[in-house]
Design a binder for this molecule. Sequence first.
Ligand SMILES: Nc1ncnc2c1ncn2[C@@H]1O[C@H](COP(=O)(O)OP(=O)(O)OP(=O)(O)O)[C@@H](O)[C@H]1O
Length: 435
Amino acid sequence: MGHCISSLFSSSPSKTGLHHSHASTNNHSNGTEFSSSTTTTAATSNSSAGRRSQFSEAISESSGGIITDSGQLLESPNLKVYTFLELSTATKNFRPDSMLGQGGFGKVYRGWIDAKTLLPSKAASGMIVAVKRLNSESVQGYSEWRSEINFLGTLSHPNLVKLLGYCREDKELLLVYEFMPKGSLENHLFRRGEPFPWDLRIQIVIGAARGLAFLHGLPREVIYRDFKASNILLDSNYDARLSDFGLAKLGPSQEKSHVTTRIMGTYGYAAPEYMATGHLYVKSDVYALGVVLLEIMTGLRAHNTKRPNGQESLVDWLRPDLLSKHGVKHIMDEGIKGQYSSKVAAEMARITLSCIELDPKNRPPMKEVVDVLENIQRINVVPDRSSTKPAVASSSRSSPHHYQYGYRAGAAGAERRKSPRPSPGRVGVQKEMAA
Ligand SMILES: Nc1ncnc2c1ncn2[C@@H]1O[C@H](COP(=O)(O)OP(=O)(O)OP(=O)(O)O)[C@@H](O)[C@H]1O
């Protein structure tokens, strides 16, 4: 869920009214989000979570479960309802050493449950889950919790994180997810030390784009709205799973855009038309994907206030470089030199540029982006990869075996190259808890 920059929408959106809230315990960027109340939403109350809801009907706009590609719209959410006591037991009473990370709306803990019954089990037996405990005072937290249940309870796709269950007891709001052992793309891309291999970067972004294409391809399209490196979680094969549907919205039923009265999202990733007018389209997600493409090319964060003036926004700063071969060569992350061909860099620049087009109509549909990225992955023939560091296999699937995983909190190594001052990581995170 998001660290929010909130700006109440007006015809000339203000960037004031930003609220500092929490500094995350993991390696968060300077990412900031903004919040919304929308004119249209079909979300139902949490009581609908156990049966076919108006919500899933709104997505399918027909009876019966919808299946698209490898994804599925379930007839009815199949989520386990937990008691607070059960989740306390599963997480050893939310002990600090069980904590996996912290987002804008609460803390995430490691828990153990029985794989069959999904009931709490002893630590080190059964399966690991991630238990998100939301800040109970926050009204925004409640709406994000409900949105997460509505979307992840009815949507199933290999590139979406699985929600297993939830709990609402008194003021406590919790969500139980399958555990993603490799953390997030953000953790890998911006950590100090060994650069994250190109093969994995492209594999991950393709998976994430497939997840978005699934959402956009539903009969009633879903706008994810919070696409960013920290919301791309990774399974044991480094395959991407989108998490955090707290800000997701059902698209308008006709060829219209959503109009939001309050802008929500993350600085650096939010599409300019959304920031300026509050109009939200599936193409706003395409823009955010373009920003992540630029992040994986450069190893730099979408938004970093520690960079010099004019360089805070990665897109504004580097867009001109994407137009020339020389510029592209200059901006590519030095740490992965030799792992991609010049053709790949040029093609990446081309698709990135079209995703970050200012006019949403000029951005390609997500399905097309997936096709282009898959082609880029195929054409990456690098003559002598044995000389590159770290060693990567030509098949992205086998790459994880060559990459030592581990969290390292702190600055993004690659930022050192571009910025006179190293980035301190995600500090000064701002979030609005909208009332
Ligand atoms: N299913 C999961 N498996 C493993 N770790 C997880 C899982 N979900 C979340 N985490 C960890 O918890 C951290 C916090 O997640 P959360 O979704 O609350 O916030 P975030 O996405 O990092 O930040 P933001 O609130 O800005 O979106 C993540 O960065 C990740 O390290």
